[in-house]
Design a protein around this ligand. Structure first.
Ligand code: SF4
Ligand code: SF4
Length: 285
């Protein structure tokens, strides 16, 4: 079945007032550790990536999807954005996509990943009808990446410092190319971290654009307690807007990101994750 990909509220701002998305939290583990990440289980208090009110198994996610569509029929996108990484949990991610594709092939399927583990699954996700993938790339220089990632895990081996950042970057860049070869729309999320990578993000834009990435989403760091970057101040518009302007000639810029939770649901401007928290938790039992 053909999908109307104009109905993705993140990739097409014009549809944000009429089309919504749900993030299905089926991917709890992660294969890297970003110095700004603190994953957490919480119903209502915090709204940021990595936070969810629960984790669902694939069959539970499919059940939850039905309940979500009953309550909010404007949902056009089903995505997986953690709370860890979809490809640190590939079996759960692919099974969820399989179940959704069988029941709701009209939905747009979207995955958000750090890119570390995606390469073996490029054909699978294309076959399952995933049309949009976001890769978070905040550095294209391992010396800068080494300041952002505490470690990177490849199989059973954990790498630190520049070696880890180099392995991750290599996978990320190959992933952009491989996804584009399969006709998938690729967004690059770049976290703006003052003093660490803000001077480097236009270079990230150039490199990703040269490989065919479609759009970049520069997201201001949300300093989070109990992380190494907790003390870095959140960058304001005066930092982010000029960066978007400078990078704009190389790659389209997203300007309306809401930094959603891993269980976000509803229209971007009307998130209903707290209203549906009980439904999600009931499905997770
Ligand atoms: Fe957290 Fe995502 Fe980084 Fe993993 S890739 S450590 S889930 S921010
Ligand atoms: Fe869209 Fe940004 Fe929310 Fe992802 S975090 S669903 S890109 S608004």
């Amino acid at each position: 079945m053909s999908k109307d990909t104009t109905k993705h509220p993140c990739f097409n701002k014009k549809s944000a007032g009429s089309c919504g998305r749900v993030h299905l939290p089926v991917a709890p583990k992660c294969n890297i550790q970003c110095n700004y990440c603190n994953r957490k289980y919480d119903c209502v208090n915090e709204s940021r990536p990595g936070v969810t009110s629960g984790v669902l198994k694939p069959f539970q996610a499919a059940e939850y999807m039905e309940k979500v569509l009953e309550k909010e029929p404007r949902i056009t996108v089903a995505g997986i954005a953690g709370p860890g990484d979809p490809f640190a949990n590939p079996a759960e991610t692919l099974e969820t996509m399989r179940l959704l594709n069988a029941k709701h092939p009209e939905l747009i399927f979207c995955l958000s990943t750090n890119g570390m583990g995606i390469l073996p699954y490029l054909d699978d996700i294309a076959e399952l009808g995933v049309s949009h993938v976001t890769i978070t790339i905040s550095a294209v220089d391992p010396a800068i990446g080494a300041q952002i990632y505490a470690w990177v895990k490849d199989g059973n081996v954990v790498y630190h410092g520049e070696k880890g950042a180099e392995i991750l970057l290599d996978r990320q860049l190959k992933a952009i190319k491989g996804l584009k070869e399969r006709g998938i729309t690729v967004k690059i999320n770049s976290i703006v971290i003052p003093g660490i990578n803000d001077h480097h993000l236009v270079e990230v834009a150039k490199v990703c654009a040269s490989l065919g990435a479609d759009i970049q989403n520069m997201i201001p760091l949300k300093p989070t307690a109990d992380t190494p970057f907790a003390g870095i101040p959140e960058p304001g518009r005066e930092t982010v807007l000029p960066l978007r302007k400078e990078a704009g000639p190389f790659i389209e810029q997203m300007t309306h990101c809401k930094r959603c939770r891993a269980d976000a649901v509803g229209l971007l401007d009307n998130d209903q994750s707290s209203a549906l928290c009980g439904t999600l938790q009931a499905c997770s039992k």
